[in-house]
Design a protein around this ligand. Structure first.
Ligand SMILES: NC(=O)c1ccc[n+]([C@@H]2O[C@H](COP(=O)([O-])OP(=O)(O)OC[C@H]3O[C@@H](n4cnc5c(N)ncnc54)[C@H](O)[C@@H]3O)[C@@H](O)[C@H]2O)c1
Length: 349
């Protein structure tokens, strides 16, 4: 048998802490993993104490997942290089805007044969254009990047409520190994060999959830929201077909596709902030500060990244819902015009 694999979790927010509960327990119980799991924690002071110190002594992330104990084999480390240098598996779970900065620190300081699992939902935008986060990590660090996405609101997973998730892997053996690392009896993992579609689903659904929040803010009801979900899903499929050939449409029927879209349009923070955007008249930035206690939303920035790509490729007219959501968030388009966008959406895409 090969040596036990060392796991490092890169990120310690709401989702990072919830998945840390499962990974920590599996690492403690399964021979194929080293018992100690390193967790890189972006250091912050909470009530006069360092967050890493709180996690390592009280075994609770009091800022991002209060009320839940983390397994004691999860060790919080404030230095990302120290957390990752000896790891065979890197679990990336950060807001996407921090990925490039972390890659810069890790470059040249990790095992060359390490593999990565990204739980990050969003797209990267640089001068070279818009790209998948997995491609950025792969290009910056040379590691193989698999992804995990699904209908997984962190709080519900932390509470042990049953849900499904999807791993999109680059090869089957690696997919199975990662499945063993993250599965639990209440966390059912399906592995597919279509990592690109899995990742795109995870990124784009936050845009649609922002639209769902708009119709909630306008007081429109569930029928209108269902229209947003359906038309949003059509644009997600179209986007994938247009920019990522070789993707399988069946992947949209996995947890990462339709299930995540539904849960995010009803329960997630993107929906909640977008609803407040309509009812309060405040900016997205103001609401993020007021409502999320240091957490980030991905819908509006992802809408901006997608809009720039669509504009660059001159195909804005084929994605009216995505474009309207971007313009409402960033260009002052009145929210009530969103309903016009739904009414005039092309019947067939
Ligand atoms: N929360 C969920 O329910 C959920 C579910 C599935 C996927 N995701 C995805 O997981 C990813 C991480 O989300 P989350 O909910 O764990 O995060 P979060 O929004 O709860 O927390 C923010 C995190 O960012 C860190 N941070 C703050 N400033 C930083 C900086 N300058 N540099 C680096 N890190 C910094 C904080 O320490 C914290 O760990 C996102 O892509 C999200 O879309 C979240």
């Amino acid at each position: 048998m090969s040596a036990p694999k060392k796991i490092a979790i890169i990120g310690s927010g709401n989702w990072g802490s919830a998945i840390g509960k499962i990974i920590g327990k599996n690492a403690a119980n399964l021979d194929q993993f080293e018992t100690q799991v390193n967790m890189w924690v972006f250091e912050e002071m909470v009530d006069g104490r360092k967050l890493t110190e709180i996690i390592n002594t009280d075994h609770e992330n009091v800022k991002y997942l209060p009320g839940h104990k983390l397994p004691e084999n999860i060790v919080a480390i404030p230095d990302v290089v120290e957390a990752c240098m000896s790891a065979d598996i890197h679990v990336w779970v950060l807001p996407h805007q921090f990925v490039r900065g972390v890659c810069q620190k890790l470059k040249g300081n990790i095992k060359p044969d390490a593999v990565a699992l990204s739980l990050i939902k969003g797209l990267d935008e640089s001068q070279a254009g818009v790209d998948l986060i997995s491609n950025v990590i792969n290009q910056e660090l040379g590691v193989e990047v698999n992804v995990l996405m699904g209908a997984n609101l962190a709080k519900e997973v932390a509470n042990g409520h049953f849900c499904e998730t999807t791993i999109g892997c680059r090869n089957e053996a690696c997919g199975q190994m990662l499945k063993e690392m993250v599965q639990a009896d209440y966390f059912r993992v399906v592995v597919v060999e279509d990592a690109t579609t899995v990742e795109i689903c995870g990124a784009l659904k936050n845009i649609v959830a922002t639209g769902a929040g708009f119709v909630d803010g306008l007081g429109m009801g569930d029928n209108t929201k269902a229209a947003v979900i359906r038309l949003g899903l059509m644009e997600m499929v179209k986007f994938t077909e247009t920019f990522y050939q070789g993707s399988q449409t069946s992947t949209f029927l996995e947890s990462c596709g339709i299930a995540d879209l539904v849960t995010t349009c009803y329960g997630g923070r993107n929906r909640r902030v977008a609803e407040a955007f309509v009812t309060s008249g405040k900016t997205i930035d103001e609401l993020e500060q007021e409502m999320l206690n240091g957490q980030k939303i991905q819908g509006p920035p992802t809408a901006k990244e997608v809009y720039h790509l669509l504009k660059d490729k001159k195909c804005e007219d084929q994605f009216p819902l995505f474009v309207a959501i971007y313009k409402i968030c960033y260009e002052g388009m009145p929210v009530k015009d969103f309903i016009g966008c739904l009414k005039n959406h092309p019947e067939h895409m």
